[in-house]
Design a protein around this ligand. Structure first.
Ligand code: 5GP
Length: 189
């Protein structure tokens, strides 16, 4: 069996990656999403082990010291990391594994695994992103401002990704991601 694809799925906070990802996971049993560890507090509705493994700073540092992360980064005051073992296991099983991560993590993955496919999701406009972050109502004004600043910085690096997909409509964007994946798989085979 051939190995699965390692796909970096990045884009600003609030850009709608989660919605696109849900659509991808729903109809495609070969696609899996890596569950990251984070020191951030759970948002309402988030479940430990589903959206994230919610860990303490000590637990995070412990896994880091054991070389347990494929990549890790600090983002607006919290630590995030991709546990290594499940990702390699799923790739060996031939599954396509998506990492929903930010820019610094992507740069680490790109360096260590140049064969990864990287996709950057952008909003139709910056105003749209602002509106979505405010509309979500899960963060304070201060955190939103920090996240928007980070989003601007990340947008400036979009040329580093293999593909840029505009999230004008979640279904359309999900279909575009699927055709990217199937193109890359046909090149690999
Ligand atoms: P949020 O707090 O909104 O869930 O995530 C904040 C940012 O951290 C998002 O851009 C998200 O994609 C990113 N992120 C989530 N998990 C990881 C991870 O394991 N590693 C890295 N580098 N970024 C992550």
């Amino acid at each position: 069996m051939s190995k699965g694809l390692l796909v970096v799925f990045a884009g600003a906070s609030g850009v709608g990656k989660g919605t696109i990802m849900k659509r991808l996971l729903a109809g495609n049993p070969n696609i899996r999403l890596s569950v990251s560890a984070t020191t951030r507090a759970p948002r309402e509705g988030e479940v430990n082990g589903r959206e994230y493994y919610f860990v303490t700073r000590e637990e995070f540092d412990d896994l880091l010291a054991k070389d347990g992360f494929l990549e890790h980064a600090e983002y607006v005051g919290n630590c995030y990391g991709t546990p290594k073992e499940p990702v390699f296991r799923m790739l060996d099983e031939g599954l396509d594994v998506f990492l929903e991560i930010e820019l610094k993590g992507f740069l680490q993955v790109k360096k260590a695994y140049p064969e990864c496919v990287s996709i950057f999701i952008v909003p139709p406009s910056f105003e749209e992103l602002q509106a979505r972050l405010h509309g979500r109502g899960t963060e304070s004004e201060e955190v939103i401002a920090e996240r928007l600043k980070t989003a601007r910085e990340e947008l400036e690096h979009r040329h580093l990704f293999d593909y840029v997909v505009v999230n004008d409509d979640a279904d359309r964007a999900a279909n575009e991601v699927l055709s990217i994946i199937s193109d890359r798989k046909s090149i690999k085979e």
